[in-house]
Design a protein around this ligand. Structure first.
Ligand code: KMT
Ligand code: NI
Length: 179
C-alpha cells in the first residue's frame, strides 16, 4: 500500500524519509485531487499481468520498457539521479509500475508544499502532465520499474520554472490550482 506524507524542511540526505514529527499523512483522495493516480497491482504474477494489461489498454499505453536504478545497472548513475531530483514537469503523464526495490516521488500540492510518495513493489503510480515533481531513491539505493507511455516516449524534464508551458497551464486549469 502506498503511503504519502508532507515533507519536513530539513536539508539533509534526500534519501531519508523526511517525515514531520508527528507525521502528516496524505490520503489517496488528496493525491487524486492533484491528479496523481495510484493503483495497487496484484502480487500474483498472472493476475498482475491481466490488471496491468487492462490498465494499459484502457489508457492507451502502447509503449513499455523497464528502468533499473542502481549504481551497477543505470548508465551515468550519479548524473541521472541528480536530474531525477531536479524539480520538473513533463508534457505527458509519468507512469511507473514498481517491480523491485523502492523510492520516493515528491509532488507539489496546491500550496506549493512537497508531498513525498513512497513507492514499493506492486505500486503503479501515474503523475499527470504538467505537475511539478521529482524522484529520489531511498536508503536502499535500488528500484526497478516498468515505464509506460502513449505512443513514442518523450522523457524530457522541463525544470521549474516552466510556467509558460501549455502542459503547465492545462494542469492548473484541470485541477483547479491557482497559478
Ligand atoms: C524518473 O523519470 O524520475 C524515473 O524514471 C525515476 C526512476 S523510475 C521509479
Ligand atoms: Ni519526471
Amino acid at each position: 500500500m502506498v503511503r504519502a506524507w508532507y515533507m519536513d524542511e530539513a536539508e539533509d540526505d534526500q534519501r531519508k524519509p523526511h517525515m514531520t514529527d508527528p507525521p502528516q499523512f496524505v490520503s489517496m483522495d488528496q493525491l487524486k485531487d492533484l491528479g496523481v493516480l495510484y493503483f495497487e497491482i496484484s502480487s500474483d504474477p498472472a493476475k498482475a499481468e491481466k490488471e496491468v494489461n487492462k490498465l494499459r489498454s484502457d489508457r492507451g499505453y502502447t509503449y513499455k520498457d523497464m528502468i533499473t536504478c542502481s549504481r551497477e545497472k543505470l548508465p551515468n548513475y550519479e548524473e541521472k539521479l541528480k536530474i531525477f531530483f531536479e524539480e520538473h514537469l513533463h508534457t505527458d503523464e509519468e507512469i511507473r509500475y514498481i517491480t523491485e526495490g523502492s523510492g520516493y516521488f515528491d509532488v507539489r500540492d496546491k500550496n506549493n508544499k512537497w508531498i513525498r510518495i513512497e513507492v514499493l513493489p506492486n505500486d503503479l503510480i501515474i503523475l499527470p502532465a504538467g505537475i511539478y515533481h521529482r524522484f529520489t531513491l531511498d536508503e536502499q539505493n535500488y528500484i526497478q520499474a516498468h515505464r509506460f507511455f502513449v505512443g513514442e516516449p518523450v522523457w524530457t524534464p522541463h525544470n521549474r520554472p516552466a510556467d509558460d508551458m501549455e502542459a503547465r497551464k492545462t494542469y492548473l486549469q484541470k485541477f483547479n490550482v491557482a497559478a
